[in-house]
Design a protein around this ligand. Structure first.
Ligand code: HEM
Length: 470
């Protein structure tokens, strides 16, 4: 009789539902971790040949075998379509990188999946380097840049307000009063994050030329990103993008600015856009309450009220609304890891399906597809609790947890949504007419792909007509 296969046992436990399976899974995973720690110590003291002999049988990541049951790294087997994991247990294992003994291997398993970004954008940052020291330096610098005091937050709010005001006026001039909302969000986010990411550089003044360059850069980033997934990026695209960025960043330090712009802008504009649509157009009953919550935040972006749902009129805090947007519309829909037993081809890397995890009715209830920020206003949904359960991962998890996750990202999303709302309200007595809705009112959650709702447009409305009457 064959001895029991530990990997299969873990997989079966992870697949099963109920208390026994959970306990089995936890015990087996803990046993594997102890074994890994032990072999991790052995690698430092034993000669390579002895170490290799001892570790020739070792616990592998359940993710490597969960679908086929019998995947074996040593035997070259035919591997079918990429595996996409949706259960919190397996996602946690995949993202923690439990299959790897060293930090270097864990980093490589993440960054090998990002090599397309090296050729597409010329990136050399925490997402692409396999050198631990370089990655650590980048993350430390990111934490420094994103730690803003009250005065800096106020400056970000003031700058964002000017950007939205200018963006609206510019678009109205060039398109006979029509404002394309996605363009407004993209240019605002790009120009708002630049002074934060490049405090030592000079960012261009608001001019016609800068606005055009920001939009061209935003469009080029989207095009290159999409092309990098499916085919070769068109020749000259990257050079064109870098030229546009030179208009915006007047004293470049010689390094590729995209190293910072891609992780920050790429995620932020899409979630800001969707959060804005949900708050402004999709929830008529709560709209006024939500807007009120955001306006408070704009007035004091560092306030403790950000988390406080008890004192708000509608029983939800700013943080509850932003979390709900991040749950339904995680900008990083899937997180990939190169894992032993899989070919090193980007189309077949196993993936943690964050979007599916965030919309799983077994976890979030029958209304998982509905934007309902009040679900966050309970003890069970405290940030620490959801992280512990591994069910809410818009920012990934340790050892690659996003440095913007705790404070910067949620607060800047709320700030940008709030500023857009207050500027539009001030400029037009709070009523705008939708010229092109691009399907935002269709039943169900909004589409979460990058080219959705790009034609959503509004224009000022003379009479006091509700935006939903359009
Ligand atoms: C809503 C906004 C954001 C979202 C949803 C987001 C999402 C993520 C996710 C999912 C990861 C983990 C990737 C993985 O495990 O492979 C990550 C890591 C990271 N993010 Fe963000 N991010 C956001 C904003 C930012 C901003 C503004 C910065 C600033 C530069 C940033 C910098 C980073 C860095 C450096 C890492 C790598 C951390 C490491 O490897 O230890 N992110 N982010």
């Amino acid at each position: 009789m064959l001895p029991p296969d530990p990997d299969k046992m873990i997989v079966n436990a992870a697949r099963g539902r109920g208390v026994i399976s959970r306990i089995q899974f936890l015990v087996l995973t803990a046993a594997r971790q102890i074994w890994q720690k032990l072999t991790g110590t052995l690698v430092k003291v034993l000669p390579q040949s002895v170490y290799r002999f001892l570790t020739s049988w070792r616990w592998k990541d359940p993710a490597t075998i969960i679908t086929n049951g019998q995947r074996d790294t040593d035997k070259q087997v035919d591997i079918p379509l990429p595996d996409v994991f949706k259960s919190p247990e397996v996602i946690r294992e995949l993202l923690k990188g439990s299959a790897f003994l060293t930090r270097e291997d864990r980093l490589a398993s993440r960054n090998n999946t990002n090599q397309r970004l090296v050729s597409a954008f010329g990136l050399d940052n925490a997402f692409t380097t396999n050198a631990l020291s370089h990655k650590d330096e980048f993350v430390t610098r990111a934490k420094q840049l994103l730690r803003l005091d009250q005065a800096k937050w106020r400056a970000v709010a003031g700058n964002a307000e000017q950007l939205v005001r200018f963006g609206i006026t510019r678009q109205e001039e060039r398109a006979e009063g029509v404002v394309n909302v996605s363009r407004l969000v993209q240019t605002t986010v790009l120009l708002a994050v630049m002074p934060i990411l490049f405090p030592e550089n000079e960012v261009a003044q608001l001019t016609f030329e800068a606005d055009e360059a920001a939009f061209s850069a935003a469009q080029a980033i989207n095009r290159i990103w999409a092309a990098s997934k499916t085919c070769q990026v068109a020749e000259g695209e990257l050079q064109g993008l870098l030229r546009e960025l030179k208009v915006l960043l007047t004293s470049p330090d010689g390094k590729n600015p995209l190293n910072w712009i891609i992780p920050a802008y790429e995620t932020l504009w899409r979630i800001t856009f969707r959060c804005f649509i949900e708050v402004h157009y999709k929830n008529p009953e709560q709209q006024e309450h939500f807007k009120e919550v955001f306006r408070h935040h704009v007035a004091d972006p560092m306030s403790a009220e950000f988390e406080d749902h008890v004192n708000s009129n509608c029983g939800v805090s700013c943080s509850n609304i932003v979390n709900e947007a991040l749950r339904l519309y995680p900008p990083t829909k899937k997180i990939y890891r190169a894992t032993p037993g899989y070919p090193t081809d980007s189309s077949t890397y196993p993936a943690a399906d964050i979007e599916a995890l965030h919309r799983d009715p077994a976890i979030w209830g029958a209304d998982a597809d509905i934007f309902r920020p009040t679900r966050w206003a309970s003890e069970k949904m405290m940030p620490v609790e959801v992280r512990r359960r591994g069910i809410f991962l818009p920012f990934g998890m340790s050892p690659s947890l996003c440095p913007a996750s705790q404070v910067f990202a949620p607060r800047i999303i709320a700030l940008l949504v709030g500023v857009m709302d207050s500027v539009m309200a001030q400029q037009c007595g709070s009523t705008w007419k939708i010229v092109e809705d691009d399907g935002i009112f269709r039943v169900g959650p909004l589409r979460n792909d990058r080219d959705a709702y790009l034609s959503l447009s509004v224009e000022r409305c003379e009479e006091d007509v509700s935006i939903h009457a359009a």
